[in-house]
Write a protein that binds this ligand. Sequence first.
Ligand SMILES: [Zn+2]
Length: 466
Amino acid sequence: MKKLITHIVFAVIMLNAIPVLAAGKLTEKEMAHAAKLRDAAKKSDLAYEILESLTTEVGPRMAGTPGDARAVAWAMDKFKTLKFDKVYKEPVTFTAWHRGTETAEILAPFPQPIMVTALGNSVGTGEEGIRGEIAHFNTFEDLQKAERGEVEGKIVFISYKMEKSRDGRTYGKAVISRSRGASEAGKKGAKAIIIRSIGTDHDRLPHTGNMNYLEGVPQIPAAAMSNPDADLMMNMLKRGSVEVGLTLTSRSGETYTSYNVIGEITGSKYPEEVVVIGGHLDSWDLGTGAVDDGAGVALTMAAAKLIADAGVRPKRTIRVILWGNEEQGLHGAKAYAAAHKDEMKQHITGAESDFGAGPIWSFDWTSSDENEPVVDQLATLLKPLGIKKGNPKSTSGPDLWPLRGLGMSTFSLRQDGTDYFDLHHTANDTLDKVNPKHLQQNLAAWAAFTFAVSSVEGNFGFGLTY
Ligand SMILES: [Zn+2]
């Protein structure tokens, strides 16, 4: 009897000694460690150093170019130098597109050159170029409503100007002219399309970006002109008809295999379960891709590294994925989803940084009821950085869309994108545009967030829809 009582007393003492691991809550110790990580990251230059390395040693890295291959080698090497536990790459195959030369000029009534760039995936005009009268539309919808006779044999110009917004909500309405304009114009017999750049700046640099041809529609060359050139075009159109010449030698070429490059920090308790963070490794070719998406690459690599070095391993594995060929159609994201679709229940949650390098002001999530309380703990952790709790409708970043489609929970650390579309997809996307202090604020948020969601017991849910 005495022995039994001793056992019971011992068991009670043991129970008190073991912290209660309730799902959906970080322990006090974990909260304190996350706060410590946050405060240390706020003073860290690591993200900036990684970004400086990528933009200097690789620079432009458009998918399917030698820059792409150098970026893959750089990423493998950087993960290894940073002593990640596991470093590997997974193939991403697509058709390479080549830009070639790109020039345009107003031929009449007042001849002068205009600054243009080919849209990604566009066919060329041939070396000799094409010429034609402008058919002007204020919006994509106006082009949709147009009769064939208004467009046939002409070069379509859509003049819609994108407005600035902090959360990027104005992008969707603007970008449709880029993604679908060529098909709509081609359907109605246009020779080519030149849109006003999808951008909010006044620089004389055009913005590139991807476009696609609908099946069965004649494929016509597609370009974007700079904002000041679109204004010039409008002034000339007020005076009557305008004739333009356009030469693009862009073309789609060979099948190319790039890679998603992956670095992991192995979890201490549930190593087979992963939290996915990352950014996309490819960029457009005009700038050095500092804000799109070198910043996302650098921030997530640095956050995982700071966590690994801070002495307390999170329970789950942090999988940093540097996505291949995001820009030309989420090729890396789709390849990963196809390769890992049977392991989705081990994907606990994920987030991507792909909206530049502005300060984070809010965060969104998707979560089951079970881990909903950790959202409030995250809010507590992120509040000192000026980040507020958003809503349970995380948009996650484009490379996580396929995984979200397979049921994975996601978070969004939302950056201020007011100036993002000044630089987006232009030659101006360079390192000098990145504010190191903003990068530190981002890194602090990513370090605390990533440690928290990788450490909490329980699950953020699976197959959540909203
Ligand atoms: Zn991007």
